[in-house]
Design a protein around this ligand. Structure first.
Ligand code: ADP
Length: 426
């Protein structure tokens, strides 16, 4: 099937050839006539190419150049395609304008960054929240938002979580910053002012910290009297001996809960302040090994597999409480003689602290809730073994502060693995 362009061209050739043949018949100049026709055809083609090129270069697609035959069809097809593209481009422009207009109304700062972290565009709120100005377009975001924590966050290229910081641009404001990678190495920086929310959480944290602190002194006094009463021989021991011991056990539990609540609120309070320091984890774990081996009253079999050279940057005391909590859980939830393997090593992508026990195990439905405060699988057992229900909540908070993650694998009746994965640059 012939295309329209070829059909038009053939029609032109045949009709003009017929005219030429008629003239040649009249004049008898057959060779000259044929030569003239070929020259005329080539000349016409060259002229059409010249016109077509000019038309394409002028971009005035609505003004058709004078053309015939194949060239008129080609001109028509090109201009049709061009009109469709323009329509599409208009639609894209409209959509992008619509998106920009909507993003201007969002109460959070939104800044689009290219693959070099240079600012491409930003919404109105960005000006008041982080101080981005029109002249900053094309400037690296680190030169505008100079907060060290943010620069570190950007460098880490780990954007799975947001960053909470005290604003350096606006006094006494707390921001949540999140980088979202999109489209071929581009990034969107979203900054939200969470001062009010943060203050509310702060009030709650202060309340818990203050209440725990206030309870500490009266409890110490009560425990003091209890100890005296238990240690003093006399008639009262017959009736009160057992209840007094029961009271002492309970007061010890209360003290442990208060201490854990205080630890939790201290960790939370420090969550956006203080510099990290070099932590000698192998040294810390050696001490822990000695402690658990000395204290162990269930004859557990301990294996400590420690990479001696592996130190990280972090917060020493909170990290210590993570290691102690996980190892003490393994001890408390494993029967006599069970094996407990503690390791501190590098795997392909992370630095890993792992505690593996061959104890009770945990059924799957409980695992997602274990890090909630006071969540216990078996309340009675936790109480008997001296648990506060806050150990794993502390672990979770400390790991969050270190950009680390807790993974729990467990099979009921067989044992559990608690694995803390720290980023390589920790
Ligand atoms: P607790 O002080 O009660 O141990 P945690 O927050 O440390 O509180 O742990 C929460 C719950 O998770 C525990 O009550 C226990 O049921 C379960 N658990 C924690 N570690 C282990 C473990 N190694 N084996 C079995 N269960 C565990």
């Amino acid at each position: 099937m012939l295309s329209n362009g070829v059909k038009r061209e053939l029609t032109w050739i045949i009709s003009n050839l017929l005219i030429m043949l008629f003239l040649a018949w009249l004049t008898g100049l057959w060779t000259e006539g044929l030569l003239l026709f070929i020259l005329f055809y080539i000349g016409r083609q060259l002229w059409s190419i010249h016109k077509f090129e000019n038309w394409m270069a002028s971009r005035k697609t609505n003004a058709y150049p004078p053309a015939s035959g194949y060239w008129s069809e080609l001109t028509y097809l090109v201009s049709k395609k061009q009109r469709a593209l323009e329509k599409h481009a208009d639609l894209n422009l409209y959509k992008s304008e619509q998106f920009k207009a909507a993003s201007m109304l969002i109460p959070d700062a939104i800044v689009s960054l290219d693959h070099h972290n240079k600012i491409e565009w930003f919404n109105t709120v960005s000006k008041s929240l982080i101080g981005v100005r029109r002249q900053d377009i094309g400037v690296k975001i680190e030169s505008v938002v100079r907060q060290p924590e943010f620069i570190q966050y950007l460098k880490s290229a780990n954007f799975s979580k947001s960053l909470t910081v005290n604003s350096s641009y606006k006094k006494a404001r707390t921001y949540e910053m999140q980088v979202i990678p999109y489209f071929e190495n581009h990034k969107l920086l979203v900054v939200r002012d969470i001062t009010e929310l943060y203050q509310l959480a702060q009030i709650r944290r202060d309340f818990i910290a203050n209440a725990s602190h206030e309870l500490r002194t009266p409890l110490t006094v009560l425990r003091g009297y209890l100890e005296v009463m238990i240690d003093t021989p006399g008639e009262h021991q017959k009736t009160w001996g057992v209840p007094l011991e029961h009271m002492e056990t309970q007061s010890l539990r209360m003290q442990a809960i208060i201490e854990d609540l205080l630890t939790l609120s201290t960790i939370e309070a420090e969550s956006i302040a203080s510099e990290k320091e070099q932590v000698n984890v192998p040294e810390m774990l050696k001490q822990l090994e000695q402690d658990v081996k000395q204290l162990g009253n269930k004859n557990h079999d301990f294996v400590f597999d420690i990479d001696e050279s592996l130190v990280i940057k972090g917060y020493a005391e909170p990290l210590k409480s993570v290691f102690t909590n996980l190892v003490s859980n393994a001890v408390r939830y494993s029967p006599d003689g069970g094996e407990i393997v503690v390791s501190w090593l590098k795997d392909n992508a992370n630095i890993v602290f792992e505690v593996q026990d061959s104890g009770l195990g945990i059924s799957q439905e409980h695992i997602p809730r274990l890090t909630e405060r006071f969540y216990r699988v078996d309340k009675d057992r936790s109480r008997v073994t001296g648990g506060t229900g806050l150990g794993l909540a502390i672990v979770k908070h400390v790991l969050e502060r270190h950009g680390a993650e807790l993974h729990i694998d467990s099979v009921l009746g067989k044992g559990s693995v608690f694995r803390c994965e720290f980023p390589m640059d920790a």
